[in-house]
Design a protein around this ligand. Structure first.
Ligand code: ZN
Length: 97
């Protein structure tokens, strides 16, 4: 039986629990909104933290999305609403290993 790793909040040292959040990224004229991004949330102060592996994945998705939309010249501002289709618990677990 293995004990789950506990993530401590960097602000208050409270316990971080798996959660999801929305993330807004600006890339040039584009605003990308990621929904249901797996993250950890502090049960005490509400601080949210995205594990590095997931942040990298989001960054890759953002670059892909920006490139795909660069051909649309008549649309100076695009809003991309991207649902991260991942199982939060599983993703967080693999991000920690
Ligand atoms: Zn906290």
């Amino acid at each position: 039986m293995s004990e789950a790793k506990q993530i401590k909040c960097i602000e208050c040292r409270g316990i971080m629990s798996p959660s999801v959040m929305s993330l807004q990224l600006e890339r040039g004229d584009m605003v990308l909104i990621f929904e249901d991004v797996p993250c950890f949330e502090c049960s005490s102060c509400g601080q949210q933290e995205i594990p590095g592996a997931i942040a990298e994945e989001i960054s890759t998705l953002a670059e892909y999305f920006v490139k795909a939309n660069q051909t649309i010249k008549d649309m100076p501002v695009s809003i991309g609403r991207i649902n991260i289709d991942l199982e939060p618990q599983a993703t967080l677990t693999s991000a920690l290993s």
